[in-house]
Design a protein around this ligand. Structure first.
Ligand code: UD1
Ligand code: CA
Length: 466
């Protein structure tokens, strides 16, 4: 039996050739990201899950960029539309690559909220009603920008009129076209060859297949979406942010349903590419970006930024910390106001406190760097205590050098470790030292300290009393 999510007799066409003029961008529109993922990726993922026979993607403007981004998945064909003469013209370019299928499903590359269930329903209804053309429509409060669904007195659709071509009365219609169609393959290209470009934009409009099909006595049906938000198109950056808001609400609900607590959800950003474990708490104002992965029972925030960060279970990230391309093992605590830069790797039960920056360094299990330090290009063992204000001086103006620190090392406050340098296990370094040579295990190592004097007759200047 063929399930609802297998469509071996369906071809998908994705329209993605437009420049997206209204975006005002050097990038093709479909490569603009919605919560960290390009719009075209959402649409391709959605149509792929219908398991159609093939997917044709029409590109034109900066097609190399779109193709380089997507690559060449199996069953995907690239179709080039040299000049963007309209959506109807775009579909017509696919004629060669579509083999023998019953229906063609046409979707736009700029509607990333679309769900595969909705498309499956469109195809099912189209087939059930034995229609030739079925248009996916939606009732919206603000129809501006969309093609309006025009119906006759009997309620049958007669045409789809673009906003620019609509009369004032037609513009009041709140039922709009999603730009998504299911069409019988054996008539689609006949219809497409007949459409003209006598309209305000002088474009070959795909919606014109509706009156043409009716004229030939063929049946045109509509399917109205349950949730109109799904068809929100992105034509400019205002719509981009609206779609992103909607996507964010979906993603947050999804994580809440999977056992993540999100405080003040309207203040957080969680990109589509992020994953979060059970019983983790995300506090207000957090930004979870890119390939960030958070384990179970963690607490993050408020106002933490995690970019491509990997956190194991039971990690705590306190307020205003910034973690970028770093790995954090179980039960480690970070911040507040800590910064982990690329290549930072903290083992289990590490403690990194306020105003500490760690870059390209390993910090071994149970070690503590609690206050005001810079640790760069360092390998540190387990159970060390690095005093406040310790700096690894890793850069000589041309090259970076390594600092090696063993296990159970104690470094006193305000110490400078001039790399390359090594501190053996169980060493203690006195506060205020400048370490330039290897520090042996055990005992106390410290650099000369300036003498301390007492000036007994000295008087502190005092403010004049008023
Ligand atoms: C289109 C529909 C409108 C519908 C709306 C839904 C037409 C004429 N209009 O309007 O009825 O309500 O979508 O979002 O179909 N494209 C090409 N080649 C072209 C022109 C466009 O591939 O020559 C692609 C674009 O890249 C885009 C999609 O087709 O992904 C839709 O084009 P767009 O210009 O965004 O059309 P809308 O004005 O949004
Ligand atoms: Ca659009």
């Amino acid at each position: 039996m063929i399930s609802e999510f297998q469509h071996p007799d369906l071809q998908v066409c994705v329209l993605a050739a437009g420049k997206g003029k209204r975006m005002r961008s050097n990038k093709p529109k479909v490569l603009h990201k919605v919560l960290g993922r390009a719009m075209i990726d959402y649409v391709l993922h959605t149509v792929e899950s219908l398991r159609p026979k093939g997917i044709a993607v029409v590109t034109g403007h900066a097609s190399e960029m779109v193709q380089a981004h997507v690559g060449k998945p199996r069953n995907l064909e690239w179709v080039i539309q040299d000049k963007q003469l309209g959506t109807g013209h775009a579909v017509r370019q696919c004629e060669e690559v579509i083999s023998d299928v019953r229906d063609v499903l046409i979707v736009c590359g700029d509607t990333p909220l679309l769900r595969s269930e909705t498309l499956a329903k469109l195809v099912a209804e189209h087939r059930e009603r034995d229609a030739v053309v079925t248009v996916l429509t939606a009732e919206v409060d603000d129809p501006s920008g969309y093609g309006r669904i025009v119906r006759d007195s009997a309620g049958k659709v007669t045409e789809i009129i673009e906003e620019k071509d609509a009369t004032d009365v037609q513009r009041l219609i709140r039922e709009v076209s999603s730009g998504i169609y299911c069409v019988r393959h054996d008539v689609l290209f006949d219809l497409l060859h007949k459409i003209g470009n006598h309209n305000m934009q002088e474009e070959y409009y795909l919606p014109d297949i509706v009156p043409l099909a009716l004229k030939d006595g063929r049946s045109v049906e509509t399917v109205c979406m349950e949730d109109a938000a799904e068809m929100m198109g992105v034509n400019d950056r205002v719509q981009l942010s609206r779609v992103e808001d909607r996507m964010q609400a979906n993603i947050i609900r999804d994580w809440q349903e999977r056992g993540v607590t999100i405080e003040k959800p309207e203040t957080v950003r969680i990109e589509a590419t992020v994953s979060i474990g059970l019983d983790t708490i995300i506090q207000a104002g957090c930004y979870l970006i890119g390939s960030t992965r958070i384990g179970d029972e963690c607490r993050v925030g408020p106002y933490a930024v995690l970019v491509n960060a990997w956190l194991d279970d039971q990690v705590e990230v306190f307020a205003f910390s910034h973690i970028h391309s770093a790995n954090v093992a179980m039960e480690t605590k970070i911040g507040p106001f800590a910064r982990l830069r690329p290549g930072a790797q903290l083992d289990e039960e590490v403690r990194v406190g306020n105003f500490v920056e760690i870059k390209n360094s390993v910090v071994g299990r149970g070690s503590k760097v609690n206050h005001l330090s810079y640790i760069g290009d360092t390998e540190m063992g387990a159970d060390c205590n690095i005093g406040a204000g310790t700096i690894t001086c890793n850069y000589d103006g041309a090259n970076k050098h390594k600092t090696m620190i063993g296990d159970r090392v104690f470094v006193g406050s305000d110490t400078k470790l001039i790399a390359p340098v090594e501190i053996k296990s169980d060493a203690t370094v006195g506060a205020g030292s400048i370490i330039t040579k290897k520090v042996e295990s055990g005992g106390l190592t410290l650099s000369e300290r300036p003498d301390q004097r007492h000036v007994s007759h000295w008087q502190r200047p005092r403010k004049k009393s008023r």
